[in-house]
Design a protein around this ligand. Structure first.
Ligand SMILES: Nc1ncnc2c1ncn2[C@@H]1O[C@H](COP(=O)(O)OP(=O)(O)O)[C@@H](O)[C@H]1O
Ligand SMILES: [Mg+2]
Length: 383
């Protein structure tokens, strides 16, 4: 039997880590990488260079593939529609990919009865400012989000009062979503994998720590009352069903005080229909990594066990510092933290850019947090 071929649109670190998981499974991975993409081309032998909105390039990478999947969601939907119509397996489906739009998420989740914050979608410029004024009158602090194209906190603005309407009035990009700024007790994520048949497997809930809107650290397990953890997984499972997810989906959740003040409510923040930063620690800390699971799910193979292989684990992102190549610091970092599992993506170290991550497993959360932080700081050159 020939090797199964998985075509990945996008050539960043997620495609690179999918390739690392594909190799032992005997899966041939082919990547469509834009000329500016960095990460995957250094480890993948079969690379088509082209833009993710170029229908010809998409057709070329899909030719003969068993399934087409994604490293990012900024893909031409019409080209994918054509592939789906031609009988090519595209997972997640185009319908699921539409959920990478925050306005679509909020509307669809509210309609499905999922817990979401109060929100307003501004997609009609004629009434946008008027609606923004009304929303800002209801909520002291407002979070304004670009419905598309944002990541790592770029595309999210915390504003209040007249600044909300001023911002909306001068905006000419994608539709905006307004939400109240919530008093967060914490943020968690649930990673879930789903097969085309509907079988699902979720990893234990992880805690995510953001700095300036960007995920900085992920800790397993999240410190939660078991009933809250159960609720988080139930909400995520419903999100996966509502979105028709196939492959791995990351569901970011907010924890807030319940209205009666006696407990904690789980609210959906956003979802990503793909492998995700909040799941990187599954490579070193769980029996099946998100990358292996994604490949198994999109090929409609049986899913693997998701349980942790250690009592605790922490992942810390290695964020670029101008002028420092983390590879130059690797020996020092490993000397200081020999148990660190280092993943560098081969990307240029621009300031504020995620260029790698470190995972440490161990007996408890605090030890793993401290050790992973030390290794990541040494690699980033920010010590
Ligand atoms: N409504 C909100 N209330 C409070 N904090 C928020 C709200 N929306 C977003 N944030 C904060 O901003 C971060 C980034 O927002 P998010 O919508 O997840 O954007 P991104 O696509 O950049 O990850 C969140 O992880 C959270 O820390
Ligand atoms: Mg987010």
């Amino acid at each position: 039997m020939a090797a199964p071929v998985v075509a990945v649109i996008g050539g960043g670190q997620l495609a690179r880590m999918l390739a690392e998981a594909a190799s032992p499974l005997g899966i041939h991975l082919r990547v469509l990488a834009a000329p500016s993409d960095e990460g995957a081309d250094q480890v993948v032998t079969d690379v088509v260079v082209g833009a993710a909105d170029d229908a010809d390039a998409i057709a070329q990478v899909a030719a003969g593939a068993d399934v087409v999947t994604f490293d990012h969601e900024n893909v031409d939907h019409d080209a994918l529609d054509a592939l789906e119509r031609a009988g090519v397996a595209v997972w997640p489906s185009v319908a699921t990919l539409r959920f990478s739009d925050k306005a679509h998420q909020r509307r669809a989740f509210a309609a499905a009865g999922l817990p979401v914050p109060d929100f307003e979608v501004l997609d009609d410029p004629a009434v946008a400012v008027e609606r923004a004024v009304a929303f800002a009158a209801r909520h002291v602090d407002v979070v304004v989000k670009a419905s598309r194209g944002g990541y790592d906190g770029r595309g999210v603005w915390m504003l209040h009062g007249e600044a909300v309407a001023d911002f909306v009035g001068s905006w000419d990009g994608a539709p905006l979503v307004l939400e109240p700024k919530l008093a967060l007790r914490g943020e968690v994520a649930v990673l879930i994998a789903r097969r085309p048949s509907g079988d699902v497997a979720a990893w234990p809930v992880v805690e995510t720590v953001q700095v300036d809107g960007m995920c900085d650290e992920v800790v397993l397990p999240a410190e939660l009352d078991p009933s809250v953890a159960e609720r988080a997984v139930a909400v995520a499972t419903e999100v996966a069903r509502v979105t028709g997810a196939v492959g791995v989906m990351a569901i970011e959740l907010f924890l807030i005080e319940s209205e009666d003040g006696t407990g904690t409510d789980v609210i959906v923040n956003e979802v990503a229909p793909r492998v995700h930063n909040s799941g990187h620690l599954t490579i070193d800390a769980c029996r099946t990594s998100q990358f292996e699971q994604h490949l198994r799910a999109v090929l409609d193979w049986p899913l693997g066990p998701t349980d942790p292989i250690a009592a605790a684990a922490t992942m810390v992102n290695v964020v670029g510092t101008e002028g420092h190549d983390p590879r130059d610091r690797q020996a020092d970092a490993l000397a200081a933290v020999p148990e660190a599992k280092v993943h560098l993506y081969g990307k240029a170290a621009r300031a504020g850019r995620k260029i790698g991550h470190v995972t440490v497993t161990g007996p408890d959360r605090s030890v793993t947090r401290e050790r992973a932080r030390l290794a990541a700081d040494l690699l980033a050159g920010s010590d």
